[in-house]
Design a protein around this ligand. Structure first.
Ligand SMILES: Cc1cc2nc3c(=O)[nH]c(=O)nc-3n(C[C@H](O)[C@H](O)[C@H](O)COP(=O)(O)O)c2cc1C
Length: 343
């Protein structure tokens, strides 16, 4: 029996989504999960190992930015079978984000609406927590976001020495003041030149996909701009902003299962530009081994999960990794590298 899906999830889903998340985080901040899971969740198999540019990870399933925004629970998350953990987005200053409700479940679709607006305990809190991190069983990537050029650079410089890799998100669909500036290739280009000048660890740039055809050409132009710089990878997430009256802002982004077809389309487009020269991390609607298999076959180097973790629970990475091995065996595929971009 799946204890999470059959016992714990029904209880958690009676509680408002953000309160349930906070409850989960309270548990994950304790040493209990590490004692309970130890390293049993990590599937150790050479065929799953991948290199995301300069970052070597034991399997291609990561947890996406947004689950542990303030770097409070990475020790437990590193024990849950993920090949790597991304915390953040860390912002320079403490900020409340948008008013609640700002996270609402859509259980029939295994999806989640949100309009968080980048709440953050700020850079100092994250740095303090990361300074005590010690040895972790899998690599830790720290994601940052900011509203200005200088804020990005200050946050980047402080956190890079404390992380195994850095990820810079260039947008936030739910931040009221966001003009999407950093998504304009002419703004992104000099900004990325400055970031890579400071780069000492593997670096990933996170960008949104697109829903409308008219956004597609602009986004692919941004990808070309990113590729001019020696970044280790691009993280893609097909977020789109839609009306949802249960959210305080009246609109938000939908994540989870309904986003998978879009994710696969964007990965194919981006892979056509990058080939194997640059890693692609895909986040959006991944929750099963088949989803991960399809994303990697479309050109992703790894997949990242957030909403699927909420619906599937702590065994999700292990289940996906075991399933991936089975599917590769059945199709005579030697390893994840060989699967990448196969269709
Ligand atoms: C509640 C919530 C908060 C998020 N916060 C962040 C964030 O702070 N920074 C970021 O880069 N992405 C953030 N994301 C986006 C996720 O990292 C991921 O790209 C997206 O949820 C798609 O994956 P999923 O369908 O598995 O959830 C957030 C997503 C959700 C649902």
């Amino acid at each position: 029996m799946n204890i999470y899906k059959n016992l714990l999830r029904p209880l958690l889903f009676r509680v408002d989504a953000e309160n349930a998340h906070n409850l989960g985080m309270t548990f994950l901040r304790t040493p209990l999960p590490s004692l309970l899971w130890g390293s049993r969740s990590l599937v150790k198999d050479e065929r799953l190992r991948v290199s995301l540019g300069g970052l070597k990870v034991p399997n291609p399933v990561g947890i996406a930015a947004g689950f542990d925004k303030d770097c409070d629970a990475f020790r437990s998350l590193c024990r849950m079978g993920f090949g790597y953990v991304v915390c953040g987005s860390v912002m320079l200053h403490r900020r409340p984000g948008n008013p609640r409700p700002r996270m609402v479940r859509e259980p029939r679709q295994e999806a989640l609406w949100s309009c968080m607006g980048l709440p953050s305990k700020g850079l100092e809190h994250a740095a303090r927590s990361l300074r005590r991190k010690g040895r972790l069983s899998v690599p830790l990537t720290v994601n940052i976001n900011a509203e200005t050029y200088d804020d990005y650079l200050k946050t980047f410089d402080t956190l890079q020495p404390l992380a195994d890799a850095m990820e810079v998100t260039l947008f936030c669909p739910n931040r009221p003041a966001d003009a999407g500036d950093f998504l304009q290739p002419e703004v992104a280009d000099p900004f990325l030149a400055e970031i890579v000048r400071r780069k000492e660890k593997p670096l990933f740039i996170k960008i949104p996909g697109y829903v409308r055809e008219d956004e597609r050409a602009r986004r692919l132009q941004l990808v070309r701009s990113i590729l001019k710089h020696p970044v280790d990878g691009i993280t893609i997430t097909p977020e789109s902003r839609m009306q949802e009256k249960r959210l305080s802002m009246g609109a938000g982004t939908l994540t989870g299962r309904p986003m998978l077809p879009q994710l696969l389309g964007v990965i194919r487009d981006v892979y056509a530009l990058t080939g194997n020269g640059c890693a692609i991390k895909g986040a959006g609607g991944i929750s099963t081994a088949r989803d991960a298999f399809e994303a990697i076959a479309a050109g992703a180097s790894s997949v990242e999960i957030l909403t699927g973790f909420i619906y599937e629970g702590w065994a999700v990475a292990k289940t996906i990794n075991l399933g991936l091995l089975k599917m590769m065996d059945a199709q005579g595929i030697q390893n994840v590298d060989e699967l990448r971009g196969l269709v």
